[in-house]
Design a protein around this ligand. Structure first.
Ligand code: CAO
Length: 433
């Protein structure tokens, strides 16, 4: 048996890179091509494979060291099954993993809500968006894939929150001991699983498969519910005058086949409120340390379809008239119900409105459509007595429910936002200012 020095092969354009992870220990039996260390430049990270098979005798590097091509990594007692010579060219750009932790995520590229045409996850219940954005090396990704673990659900303990192999193992261990499925529950909360119940013992049943949209929506909502500290602020807006105007306009517009619902006014009022309170038009980056403030105003509208909920986005709502917004809502609602929405129709949202006003109910607590930080729920308006200082008078009141991410928005700002929104809706002349 001969001792072999394992060095860094040609790693392309990088003069010197920092070692951020050592993937083997002394005594390990490794095969040629097994990853030995992970190095990181300011743009990417990559794993350096071994050129030979054998037993690791001595590791010559430490985490934090800088290393370049030719640098000695370790001494290997080469085994008889030595494979091919090192192949520098085998460390390719495919081995690179984008370092996303210090970079802002690109919310507009994330489907803000489930898209019917979205690619199904190759591993059931693994969220492909968070998986791909997770900060982990190729071998850890492969390991997670093999175990069916959603990397996005793991908090990494490595540098810059990098997810390490041990984190994946710990996640699975914790999931198993807590009885939580590593894929379905999203976080190792140690929740006792529901027992499998045979409901047919109590009466007739029918089993219906969830639609693709139901399943995707479920994943998005579940993630948001578990990861966003939600607060919901309720209020009522006096829309008596707004409704009078809408009805009057409605008659005039009917001739041209245009229908304006309260939702179009609400979208305009939301845009005004987003301008007044810019934090509501933002997203937290993946590190949780930076807020990305947007200066465009794309408003998502939740649409109920027989197959489930979808959220098309009205782009640049600040530049559109009431009529244009109304037409777009109709168009999107029609396309959504005919399953004709494109993924791009559902991307780039800044803030979502979920209107149940056409159906009924008094108040509800909508779930924030991450990576957005707030969502407005609208319920059915109702004529009710309001005290004007000297007497009660009948006023048409619109119930509003504003849910927000408490990491980004304080309670006081939540109350200010909804009060401002109410003021805009109570006196729509203000929307012109
Ligand atoms: N108060 C009272 N009436 C209201 C109202 C409100 N807040 N909002 C709408 N209406 C009225 C409309 O004026 C219309 O009345 P007319 O037919 O008499 O003119 C009627 O209710 C139906 O409106 P609509 O629902 O068709 O239109 P919209 O513009 O309000 O909403 C859309 C469009 C696509 C958002 C809606 O159809 C929809 O799908 N809503 C469900 C959203 C949802 O499921 N949210 C839950 C998400 S969380 O699971």
């Amino acid at each position: 048996m001969s001792m072999k020095e394992i060095t860094v092969p040609d790693i392309g354009d990088f003069d010197s890179v920092e070692i951020i992870e050592i993937l083997v220990t002394v005594g390990d039996q490794i095969e040629a091509e097994d990853s030995l260390i992970t190095v990181e430049s300011d743009k990417a990270s990559m794993e350096i494979p071994s050129s030979d098979a054998g037993i690791v005798k001595e590791i010559k590097v430490s985490i934090g060291d800088d290393i370049a091509q030719g640098g000695l990594i370790l001494l290997l007692e080469a085994s008889a099954s030595k494979i091919a010579e090192p192949a520098p060219s085998e460390v390719t750009q495919e081995d690179l993993v984008s370092v996303e932790t210090t970079k802002a995520p690109e919310p507009e590229k994330q489907a803000p809500a489930p898209a019917p045409t979205q690619k199904p996850s190759p591993t059931a219940n693994v969220d492909e968006v968070t998986f791909s954005k997770s900060y982990a090396s190729p071998s850890v990704r492969k390991f997670a894939r093999e175990l069916g673990v959603d990397l996005g659900a793991i908090s990494g303990t490595g540098r810059k929150n990098r997810v390490l192999r041990d984190d994946v193992k710990g996640f699975v261990k914790s999931a198993l001991s807590g009885g939580v499925s590593p894929t379905t529950q999203g976080t190792p909360l140690g929740i006792t699983p529901l027992p499998e119940i045979d409901f047919s013992q109590f009466g007739n049943i029918e089993t219906q498969a969830l639609s693709k949209i139901n399943k995707l929506t479920g994943q998005f909502l579940h993630r948001s519910w578990l990861t966003v500290p939600h607060v919901t602020q309720f209020d009522e807006a006096d829309i008596t005058e707004m409704e009078a105007f809408r009805k009057q306009m409605g008659k005039e517009m009917e001739r041209d086949g245009i229908k304006i619902t309260p939702l179009a006014f609400i979208i305009q009022a939301v845009v005004a409120a987003l301008k007044e309170f810019p934090r509501f038009n933002s997203a937290l980056d993946n590190s949780g340390e930076n807020l990305i403030l947007k200066s465009y105003y794309n408003v998502g509208v939740a649409v109920d379809t027989p197959d489930g909920l979808v959220v098309p986005v009205i782009r640049d709502a600040d530049k559109k008239s009431l009529v244009q917004i109304s037409q777009e809502i109709r168009e999107f609602a029609g396309k959504a119900r005919d399953k004709k929405l494109k993924p791009s129709d559902m991307q780039g949202g800044c803030f979502t409105i979920s209107s149940l006003g056409g159906i009924g109910g008094t108040q509800f607590t909508p779930i924030v459509n991450t990576p957005e930080v707030a969502i407005l729920g609208v319920s059915r308006s109702k004529m009710q007595p309001e005290w004007n200082g000297s007497e009660f008078e009948p006023r048409l009141m619109l119930p509003l429910s504003l849910s927000y991410d408490h990491r980004v928005i304080d309670g006081a700002d939540g109350a200010r936002f909804i009060t401002y929104l109410g003021k805009m809706l109570s006196d729509i002349r203000r929307l012109l200012v």
